[in-house]
Design a protein around this ligand. Structure first.
Ligand code: KG4
Ligand code: ZN
Length: 334
């Protein structure tokens, strides 16, 4: 089954053709990041306008690279939630138009389920059930993936998502948006034991809280500025990255052990973080848990992951939408 998938939930306009949920035939991403960088974060109005300008070209290119026309497709899939509403609407309306014109089924996909499905493309042997750590710009969650379409949340963030904390801490450290990968690079030169950062407590043992940690970094930078002191930014980045990775990893591995999972996966933009990848690999191995991580290219937003999840939504869940499909800014996974 060949699915054309469209993703426009944030600042990447993306389209891909994916076969049977596991094989990428084409995968095109047009990023707007350089423009949003000027403002230190994504400007929703600009994001919508750029999606509107790019979407025809991006979809055309995905079909061209796949050497297909709409007639060769079996379905059209689209991210419809969660995300920036104006950005999502561009993809949803384009997908509806294409599905209507071609007479193909329309499959709505939850963005975070897509992030998890990136693992199916990279790892043909991965099948549910397993436990998944999702860490992106908007989400930090521990999920029980019971089947391709059934998810149960065990833990979630009480405030900032991990990626959001990375980006805000990075901004205070003087890095451009999106700062996560700059912290990652700086960390490689720093000493992670130099700054002692707090590990905020949560009422529920598998929930996360990153807001206090982020604020602590911002205060450290501001206090140093006021006193005219110079901080060792590489070591501050390394200390922050290790603290986030340690919090995510220790709770995730404890949850995996408590619930008896021997298979685990990592997903979302923050899955690109080298410190998180290596700490999770080390601790999963120590607990005898087989860990799956997507390649860096599939960690960030892309449409291939949407095409993968769409295959399972359609074949396992029988999910389709009609012309009344709308975009939804916020939606839980269950
Ligand atoms: O999943 P994603 O591409 O978009 C959302 O769905 O939110 O995640 C984007 C987030 C950003 O906060 C970005 O800074 C972070 O992923 N990120 C990283 C790295 N690469 C991307 N964070 C830490 N280290 C990285 N190498
Ligand atoms: Zn995402």
């Amino acid at each position: 089954m060949k699915i054309l998938a469209i993703e426009s939930s944030c600042d990447e306009t993306a389209a891909a053709v994916v076969e049977d949920g596991r094989k990428i035939i084409s995968n095109i991403i047009a990023t707007q990041v350089e423009e949003h960088k000027l403002y230190g974060g994504v400007v929703p109005e600009i994001a919508s306008r750029r999606h509107c300008e790019s979407i025809v070209g991006v979809v055309d290119e995905a079909l061209e690279k796949a050497q297909m026309t709409a007639a060769d497709l079996d379905a059209i899939a689209v991210t419809y939630a969660p995300g920036l509403i104006g950005a999502l609407l561009v993809g949803v309306n384009f997908a509806k138009g294409l599905a209507f014109a071609s007479g193909k089924p329309l499959i709505p996909v939850h963005h975070i389920k897509g992030h998890i499905a990136a693992n199916y493309i990279a790892h043909p042997e991965l099948e549910p059930p397993y436990i998944c750590l999702v860490a992106s710009g908007g989400h930090s969650q521990i999920m029980r993936v019971e089947s391709y379409t059934k998810f149960v949340t065990i833990g979630r963030t009480m405030d900032d998502a991990a990626g959001e904390a990375f980006d805000k801490a990075a901004r205070a450290m003087g890095f451009p948006y999106p700062g996560g990968m700059h912290i990652d690079n700086a960390s490689k030169r720093g000493d992670r034991t130099k700054y002692k950062l707090p590990r905020p407590k949560t009422a529920e043992k598998y929930d996360f809280s990153f807001s206090g940690l982020k604020t602590n970094v911002i205060n450290l930078v501001h206090n140093a500025e006021q006193k005219g002191e110079t901080l060792d930014i590489d070591s501050l980045a390394a200390s922050f990255q290790y603290t986030v990775a340690d919090i995510l990893t220790s709770k995730f591995v404890a949850a995996a052990n408590e619930y008896g999972y021997k298979t685990a996966a990592l997903a979302g933009g923050v899955a690109a973080n080298s410190g998180l990848r290596s700490l999770l690999e080390e601790r999963c191995a120590a607990s005898g848990i087989k860990l799956f991580i997507p390649p860096i290219a599939l960690c960030g937003d892309n449409a291939a992951m949407i095409g993968s999840q769409a295959f399972y939504e359609y074949t396992e869940g029988g999910v389709t939408a009609d012309g009344s499909l709308n975009a939804v800014a916020s939606m839980p996974l269950e």
